[in-house]
Ligand binder design. Structure first.
Ligand code: IPD
Ligand code: CA
Ligand code: CA
Length: 264
């Protein structure tokens, strides 16, 4: 595992530095599926760097990465022996506006189980990582979720999907209910970082709909390894390949969050 982890750490940092170096030059995002869903040259170049390093070092491993043409998560790819799941730039909208909250996210999955996750924020030079069963870390420091016991003391975070204009109602009810119940709610713009912030106790809870495996695979493991709970909105164990909705918390406020999220 150490071999894979060392490789993923080095690669995430290299890709993160590349994102920073490209920042001033690229301010011409293209849109993807909706006018809100951006992609930049930096997304592609970071992806290229990561994919070529993995293919060179582990030629038999499969790769699932956001900007690849055939990035579907069918059972054939998910059940393969080794699968790298990559978001080469999570937080593209932030990146495009030079709002320094974005990251590179890399996970290694074996037969559908996430073995390791690395999330690197190049602006703060913060590397969050975890290996299954071995705890979670920020740089060299062991991570632990917060210990607040009630939602009203909690700082929560969420995100809104790119299809917000087509399905505007989706998260607004939850957003309103959490704003009325929590100490405060943020919308930070990078699901992978949101999960690592739950792991480090900066946030106490996170929920979002319509996410993909590359947004959550690494962050999910980091949050769990820091003692957090990660489920769907009903409380079932969250699986990045099966679920689109995610609820992560310090565990102590999880049931309260489930109640609020399912409130009509
Ligand atoms: C997005 C970010 C954002 C979340 C979106 C994601 P991208 O990923 O994680 O926080 O709200 O749903 O798609 O497009 O920046 O890689
Ligand atoms: Ca993403
Ligand atoms: Ca992305």
């Amino acid at each position: 595992m150490n071999n894979y982890l060392a490789f993923a750490l080095k690669l995430a940092r290299k890709a993160g530095k590349l994102l920073i170096s490209l920042q001033p030059s690229y301010r011409k995002p293209q849109t993807k599926s909706t006018t809100l869903d951006l992609v930049t040259r930096a997304d592609y170049l970071s992806e290229e760097l990561i994919i070529s390093a993995i293919s060179k070092k582990f030629p038999s491993h499969k790769i699932l990465s956001e900007e690849q043409k055939h990035n579907n998560c069918g059972s054939r790819i998910v059940n393969c022996e080794f699968l790298w799941v990559i978001d080469p730039l999570d937080g593209t909208t932030n990146y495009s506006h030079q709002f320094p909250f974005y990251c590179v996210s890399i996970a290694l999955v074996k037969e559908s189980k996430v073995l390791l996750g690395v999330v690197y924020n190049p602006n703060l030079d913060e590397t969050f990582y975890a290996c299954a069963g071995m705890g979670a870390y920020l740089n060299a420091k062991r991570l632990k979720v917060s210990n607040i016991k009630t939602v009203d003391k909690g700082l929560l975070v969420t995100g809104f999907p790119y299809i917000i204009r087509k399905k505007p109602g989706d998260n607004f009810r939850n957003f309103q209910n959490f704003c009325l119940s929590a100490q405060a709610v943020r919308r930070a713009g990078s699901a992978a970082l949101d999960l690592t912030y739950v792991a480090s106790g900066r946030f106490d809870g996170f929920w979002e709909r319509e996410l993909k495996p590359w947004d959550t695979a690494a962050g999910m493991l980091i949050a769990r390894e820091a003692g957090g709970e990660v489920t769907d909105f009903k409380g079932n164990q969250y699986d990045p390949f099966r679920h689109r909705e995610i609820l992560a918390s310090n565990g102590l406020i999880h049931q309260q969050m489930i109640k609020i999220i399912n409130k009509k």
